[in-house]
Design a protein around this ligand. Structure first.
Ligand code: NAD
Length: 501
């Protein structure tokens, strides 16, 4: 008997689904069932060209539409998203594995950026200086770039694209979204929602694909800017290639987020926060806490409290009433489990072992239970590399200064947190720590949409972060206009450089 034919997730070009004809596909898994339930078409050069041509053809009319009309589409999109986000959450859980409540949470954070973009007219306002020279006024305007591309990772199939596309579209650009091939269906659902909201065809395109599609977008002269989110090696490649081809690039990379716990902290609050931030979404979050830096003498008490809470976590199919779902693929699960073996070999203590855990779900699923590693040597690859799974490490240090030194030595600089009841220590920490987003008694300090999201060091290549003021700047370019309306007194020949008088 031949294997059943799986549905193939299409592209979205010119306001309609377009089946891929490239002949290349990738499997899309239901991670809780451990089986491929779909395939996704991977774009070839012809499909790439078609997507880019469509986005460029749609640009002039969208750019020239009044701000009021563009914003009315944003408002309609926001209302539809808010009313129907449950549908999108189910798609995310089916392909990513995160529990439904967590999928809803990521949509809500993405929706915040849509709401920010409904007020974009305010952020696009230029400046005006009257009579800078006799009879001369100077003013500025922010204008869209053209067709821009968003390349997103598997772990937030709705929120990460939504960090960028609402602002890009509201500002008058057209967008090509290249989602992760691991969970490609959310993008198609969003494209259909845009059409329902009244967005003209070609303004939002979805190009399914892998490295071939990404490299095509990076090198095409007809793509003006790239917003990338993914692992650090790929972010570096995207930044270097995109900028070498004359584009604006913001490339957000990987992370290894540390939580510094001072001896005066409320250890119950710390343990709750560590478990939530370490194991939510099975640790597949760029802002997950992956290392606790415990300033002695708190480590033993903290290990006991965290272990206790971890034993109560229900791991299983995200569609059931569970706390934590599976990992995204079998390969990723095995890679993450491999880091537990490495840590063990390098001398760490396994306080809670997630290997071989009992789950509320199909035995074929890509399961790995929450794991707590104590006394992790900072030379171990389990410490130096990003794990991106449900593995929380504890590093013990003798003092606040030693803790700060540990965190500042890490090449990543996405997020960090301090837990303390000492305001002075917290204030010193926010000043001294070399990380882009800092939580004070907040374990996952993801800024709201009105601020900008992005890390330092190897967690961000480029000088623009996502959303907020930097997002608006990234998707627009400023023009400055110097204007004089002539009257007869302005006559006369003068070849000198214009001076103000
Ligand atoms: P990934 O780097 O494997 O993939 C990201 C995107 O790049 C995908 O669309 C993928 O198709 C494409 N891609 C993969 N390999 C490529 C290559 N060699 N050349 C060109 N394109 C390529 O990342 P992932 O596994 O999907 O996502 C997890 C990673 O993303 C983690 O490292 C995580 O920390 C990071 N992340 C960072 C942030 C942040 O804000 N800094 C947010 C979310 C995720």
């Amino acid at each position: 008997m031949s294997a059943p034919t799986l549905p193939v997730v299409p592209h979205w070009i010119d306001g309609a689904e377009v089946p891929s004809a490239s002949g290349r596909t990738a499997p899309v898994y239901d991670p809780a069932l451990g089986i491929a339930t779909k395939e996704v078409g991977l774009a070839d050069a012809a499909e790439l060209e078609r997507a880019i041509a469509s986005a460029n053809a749609a640009f002039p009319a969208w750019r020239d539409l009044s701000l009021a009309k563009r914003q009315s589409v944003l408002f309609a999109f926001r209302e539809l998203l808010n009313a129907r986000k449950g549908e999108l959450a189910e798609i995310i859980t089916e392909e990513h594995g995160k529990v439904l409540s967590d999928a809803l949470g990521e949509i809500t954070r993405g929706q915040e950026v849509v709401e920010f973009a409904t007020g974009l007219a305010h952020h696009l306002k230029g400046e005006y200086s009257e009579q800078v020279s006799t009879g001369i006024d100077v003013y500025s305007a922010r204008q869209p770039l053209g067709a821009v591309a968003i390349i997103s990772p598997f772990n937030f199939p709705a929120m990460v694209p939504a960090w960028f596309f609402p602002i890009a579209i509201a500002a008058g650009n057209t967008v090509i979204l290249k989602p992760s091939e691991k969970d490609p269906s959310a993008a198609i659902w969003l494209a259909k929602l845009w059409r329902e909201a009244g967005l003209p065809d070609g303004v939002f395109t979805v190009l399914q694909g892998d490295r071939e599609a990404v490299d095509g977008l990076l090198t095409s002269p007809d793509v003006r800017a790239i917003s990338f989110v993914g692992s650090t090696p790929v972010a570096r490649h995207v930044y270097e290639t995109g900028t070498a081809h004359g584009k604006r690039v913001q490339a957000l990379g990987g992370a290894k987020n540390h939580m510094l716990v001072l001896p005066d902290a409320d250890l119950d609050l710390v343990a709750d926060s560590a478990v939530n931030a370490g194991f939510g979404s099975a640790g597949e979050r760029c802002m997950a806490i992956s290392v606790i830096v415990a300033v002695e003498p708190v480590a033993d008490a903290l290990v006991a409290k965290i272990s206790d809470r971890m034993r109560g976590l229900r791991v299983g199919d995200g569609r059931r009433s569970c706390d934590m779902g599976p990992l995204v693929t079998e390969q990723h699960r095995d890679r993450v489990a491999g880091y537990i073996d490495i840590a063990e070999r390098d001398g760490a203590t396994i306080a809670v072992d997630g290997r071989g855990i009992q789950v509320d779900g199909d035995p074929r699923g890509f399961w790995l239970g929450p794991t707590l590693l104590d006394n992790v040597p900072t030379t171990s690859r389990a410490y130096t590399e990003e794990i991106f799974g449900p593995v929380l490490s504890i590093v013990r240090v003798p003092s606040y200064d030693a803790g700060v030194a540990v965190i500042n030595a890490v090449p990543f600089g996405n997020g960090t947190a301090i837990f303390t009841n000492d305001g002075g220590a917290a204030r010193r920490f926010q000043n001294e720590i070399q990380v882009g987003m800092i939580g004070v008694n907040v374990p996952i300090p993801v800024p709201t949409a009105t601020f900008s999201f992005g890390g330092w060091k190897d967690s961000l290549f480029g000088d623009s972060r996502a959303h907020g003021a930097e997002g608006v700047r990234f998707f627009t370019q400023e023009k400055v206009i110097t204007s004089r309306w002539l009257d007869p007194s302005h006559g006369g020949i003068n070849l000198g450089f214009p001076e103000n008088d």
